[in-house]
Each structure stands twice: as C-alpha cells, then as structure tokens.
Design a binder for this molecule. Sequence first.
Ligand code: IMP
Ligand code: MG
Length: 184
Amino acid sequence: MNAVGLKCEKLDKIKRVVISAEDIARKTAEAGSLISREYEGKPLLLVSILKGAYVFLADLSRQISIPCEIGFMAAESYGEGTTSSGDVKITLDLKQDISEYHVIIVEDIVDSGRTLSKIVEMLKKREPLSLKVLTLLDKPERRAVNFKPDYTLFTIPDFFAVGYGLDCGEYYRNLPYIAEYDPN
Ligand code: IMP
Ligand code: MG
C-alpha cells in the first residue's frame, strides 16, 4: 500500500492528493444547484468532452434537478504523455442539432485553452440558444490562448493532475480524488 491507500504500482507516481473526493462532491453539488436554478424551464444540453470529463459529468448531472439532455464530443490534443501537441482534433461530434438548446460544455480541465477555444468556436457557428463552459479544474498559468471558462470549480497551479477522469497515459482516471502526478 502506498500513501494514498491503494494497491497498484502505478500509484508510486502519485505525489499527493490535491483535492479530496469530499471537496469535489461539495463543489459539484453547488454547481448542480446553480445550473438547476439558472436553466429552469429551458431546454438544456450538457456537452461532455471525452474522455477526461466522463466522471465529472456523471456526478454533476446527478446533482441537476431539472430536465436535461447529455451529448458527447471527443477531442485529442495530447499524446500519451503530459505535454500538449498544440494540435486539436475533433474525433467525435454531437448528434444533436444544438440550435434548439442552451448548451453547457462540461470539461475536466482547461490548460492551454486550445481545446475549448476550438470547440467553442465550432459550436457557436451552430447557433445554440446560449453557450457556456463549466470546468472542474482551471490552470490559468498555462494559458496559451485567450480563453476564460464561465464557471470553474477549482483553480489550481501548474502541475499535472490525475484522477477523477483525468489520465496520464490512460491510467489514474478511476482515482476518486485529484492528485499530483510525479513525472520523475
Ligand atoms: P488544453 O487544450 O491545453 O486546454 O488541454 C485540454 C485537455 O488536455 C484536457 O481536457 C485534458 O484532457 C488534457 N490535460 C491538460 N492538463 C492536464 C492535466 O494536468 N492532467 C491531465 N490531463 C490534462
Ligand atoms: Mg486527456
């Protein structure tokens, strides 16, 4: 067993738990209440960016008490490691015609901002009733393009985060907390 209490050699790379499962749950419940109030009576579509946001979307959607639909997109901007390629590719697009919805993009983390700038630009052209971005994590120090999410649950400094959907080389998504990855 290592410091975070799970039996897996991959967890030797976990430096410390940065955001606990309890803190994530508390902030997610607050965000769910806020969305339920602000979008009451409106056709709401939550758009999740795979794969990183799948855990957050699952928890957030269950904290929303008004009717809503879910859609998925997938984008790739990173290889198997921790550095951005800067090149954003949309690998899965929405099925819904978003011109009939108020859309909230649900993202795991905004880093350089390139992925979301590209997705926002793309979705705006389809003329949704409104478009907002909600992110679990924001690393503003790392921004390479001008981009600001509408809602942020946690602002973090520049370290590589894993857990709660976020991966490094496809591992760690199943951790129930956000941890700092140790690349050394
Ligand atoms: P951006 O385009 O640089 O803002 O990066 C967006 C995507 O990169 C996120 O949706 C994540 O999938 C991934 N990413 C950025 N920073 C991290 C991190 O600290 N841990 C895990 N994935 C990250
Ligand atoms: Mg990722």
